[in-house]
Design a protein around this ligand. Structure first.
Ligand code: FES
Length: 79
């Protein structure tokens, strides 16, 4: 069974992203938030792929408890 994600931060990480493929850390253990650095190994959790087709600003979840991954849905207020 997968471990629970840890809270990396209690606020979203807002970034302006160029088009491309990104891997959002879902486990909260990465040292390079909000992106996966492989630290999820052994937790049963996996990163989530994010495809950006045009340059845009996103608020990425850092508490890892969002119901709208990988985007912030305000859940950091209750974790
Ligand atoms: S390091 Fe968190 S999902 Fe990969």
């Amino acid at each position: 069974m997968a471990e629970k994600p840890v809270v990396a931060a209690k606020a979203p990480i807002v970034l302006e992203l160029e088009p491309g493929e990104y891997w959002w850390c879902a486990c909260g253990r990465s040292k390079s938030q909000p992106w996966c650095d492989g630290s999820h190994k052994g937790t049963g959790l996996e990163p989530m792929k994010l495809d950006i087709t045009e340059k845009k600003k996103v608020a990425l979840c850092a508490c890892k408890h969002t119901g709208h991954a990988p985007l912030c849905d305000g859940s950091h207020r209750t974790v």
